[in-house]
Design a binder for this molecule. Structure first.
Ligand code: ASN
Length: 596
């Protein structure tokens, strides 16, 4: 799968086809690129001998005929096919947010009923995302519903320092049927992946976007097949698409996206039931078993009157098996409130909080596959919240909007007091305030805003985030602070510019290095166009400008409009010092400073 740049002539075509009046060119609708990986599942199944099975090579063609999922007129007029050739490329009609979602379908062979999926398939999905990470704004994974929650959980752990949305979806009825849920699920997932930088592995079903590792299949016969019992949805797609930004999980990192696809298969789920024999439990815990999720009663309880059963568990944990205590209840958390729960802690079990069994199992599989850490470190990882899969102890950390003096004064002068209105004020006022604080490099003010409950990654009326502003000003410390408090390097302002574009324009070398280290990159389109800029910088002797572009990922061999590279242009102009500099720059591997 390739991402093809929007070349000059395609831009021209676009401006013609998006223009309403020929005399006055209208602004070109921005395009977002989404990669759809079709792994199988009911969404693409048809009936064979009275049973449903995946049908290969049919999905793309059938979507192409559906106007809600593909705008053929736009595709032709904008020259989409000239670029992508025979690639499986489609484009949604213009969205309410005035954006075009261009999506490419990668179909797996064979397509799988998700009951056939294994950890190998999870790894393949992860690797395909990794390979295409820089070419797309978001990813949609089409998947069967039966094991969807396992795959979504596993991907959430495999994808370390994730910065872009990965949305797993599918359906209960094939997309080919007259009445089905597949079209709406695919459309909703595409719109969210193309419009919002939600840096999580999510699961989208029946108008709700859930955190992948919080979701579970709860209904085999309903379109509302999934639930996220311990966490409210991240987004609801109703008349409006409402994103619950306060809930969105962020990597808070200055590290790049990294895939850890290795999974340990010596793990298992064991559900307690009254009368389970010691022999059953003992047999289950035998080598090569390395990690077990024990599904206990209520808030994490097990019989405390069966010393031999408890001794079996204790022996296993002493022998190095990691056992996680999760509840059988759909909702709620394990706690140490009963004697029948305490005995399990004494036997060396680790409390799994409110993790779903799917999340706990895939987390175990991921953690146990880590080669370079001790058993003790693995146990600590299991007890810690890694990707929002378990609720932390929020005591004392609750945000209290009405405690903020600033909000109080404004609320009073506007005579409002209800929570929703206070939140609306906060959300309207704090992004520009945070941008102003970022401009003057005031981390204390940012901290105060954060304590007031505002999200430092939200954008102002121009789509500008505090990270954009700090990048313009070259405030390295503020950039670091923001990145470790939820800011995303992939935010685009109304002009389509990212913080990296801003840092390059204002030539802040250290900021460019840090943003690159965190995974920021220019689009292929932009890098292709940079050829011209590089040539003019070379000819005008601007070494600093060239260095910045090189740090930002530009290829110094990229030709400009006349087909010549910067080096050739400098040679032709007899700028020997510049030629030497460019060669030196090309050979230099730029290593960002280690500031974690
Ligand atoms: N058996 C199907 C699967 O998981 C169920 C579905 O997708 N609705 O692949």
């Amino acid at each position: 799968t390739r991402s093809i740049p929007l070349s000059k002539c395609r831009r021209r075509k676009l401006s013609i086809c998006d223009s309403t009046e020929s005399s006055e060119p209208s602004p070109i609708a921005p395009e977002a690129q989404v990669l759809v990986i079709n792994t199988g599942g009911t969404i693409g199944m048809t009936l064979h001998d009275q049973v449903l099975a995946p049908k290969a090579n049919a999905f793309f063609e059938s979507l192409r005929k559906l106007p809600i999922l593909h705008d053929e007129y736009y595709a032709q007029q904008s020259g989409l096919y000239d670029y992508y050739g025979s690639g499986n490329i489609l484009v949604l009609p213009l969205s309410e947010q005035k954006k075009r979602i261009v999506y490419t379908i990668m179909e797996y062979s064979p397509l799988l009923d998700s009951s056939n999926m294994t950890t190998v398939d999870w790894g393949k999905i992860g690797r395909d995302i990794e390979e295409n990470y820089e070419n797309y704004d978001g990813f949609v994974i089409l998947h069967g519903t039966d094991t969807m929650a396992y795959t979504a959980s596993a991907l959430s752990f495999m994808c370390e320092h994730l910065g872009k949305p990965i949305i797993v979806t599918g359906s209960q009825v094939p997309i080919y049927e007259m009445r089905n849920d597949g079209r709406a699920n695919l459309l909703g997932a595409l719109l969210i992946a193309g419009h919002f930088v939600i840096p999580e592995v999510c699961l989208y079903f029946y108008n709700n976007l859930y955190r992948g590792n919080r979701s579970t299949k709860v209904d085999a016969g309903s379109f509302k097949a999934f639930s996220s019992p311990n966490l409210a949805p991240l987004a609801c797609v109703e008349v409006d698409i409402t994103i619950n930004w306060d809930t969105v999980w962020r990597a808070n990192t200055t590290a790049k996206f990294h895939l850890s696809p290795e999974m340990n298969r010596n793990v298992g789920l064991l559900r307690l039931f009254p009368g389970i024999t010691n022999a059953t439990v003992k047999a289950f815990l035998q080598p090569p078993m390395e990690g077990v999720v024990l599904e206990t009663y209520g808030s994490g309880n097990a019989p405390d009157n069966r010393p031999r059963l408890l001794a079996v568990l204790k022996k296993a944990t002493n022998d190095g098996v990691i056992i996680i205590n999760c509840t059988q209840c759909l909702r709620g958390t394990v706690s140490a409130s009963y004697a029948t729960g305490k005995v399990l802690m004494d036997a060396g079990l680790i409390a799994g909080g409110d993790m779903t069994p799917e999340a706990a199992l895939s987390k175990l599989s991921y953690v146990l596959a880590k080669k370079d850490i001790t058993l003790d470190a693995k146990k600590k990882m299991m007890a810690r919240n890694l990707r929002g899969e378990m609720s932390g102890n929020l005591a004392g950390a609750k945000l209290c909007l009405s405690d903020s003096r600033f909000i109080q004064v404004i609320a009073k002068s506007l005579s409002i007091s209800c929570k929703e209105e206070l939140e609306a004020i906060r959300d309207a006022l704090t992004p520009p305030l945070a941008c102003a604080a970022a401009k003057i490099g005031d981390i204390e003010a940012l901290e105060a805003l954060k304590e007031m409950g505002s999200n430092l990654f939200l954008d102002d009326y121009d789509g500008r985030t505090p990270l954009h502003v700090a990048a313009c000003e070259g405030h390295l410390k503020v950039v670091k602070y923001l990145l470790s408090h939820g800011a995303t390097v992939y935010a685009k302002d109304r002009y389509g510019d990212t913080p990296l574009c801003n840092a390059v324009r204002f030539r802040h070398k250290e900021v460019v290095k840090l943003l690159r280290k965190t995974g920021a990159h220019f689009s292929r389109d932009k890098l292709e166009e940079a050829g011209n800029e590089l040539c003019s910088l070379a000819v005008s002797g601007d070494m600093e400008g060239l260095e910045i572009w090189s740090l930002a990922g530009a290829d110094l061999n990229q030709p400009g409009y006349n087909g010549q590279s910067a080096i050739i242009m400098a040679e032709a102009a007899g700028l020997l010092e510049m030629v030497a500099f460019l060669h030196q720059l090309k050979n230099k591997t730029v290593i960002g400073e280690d500031d974690d």
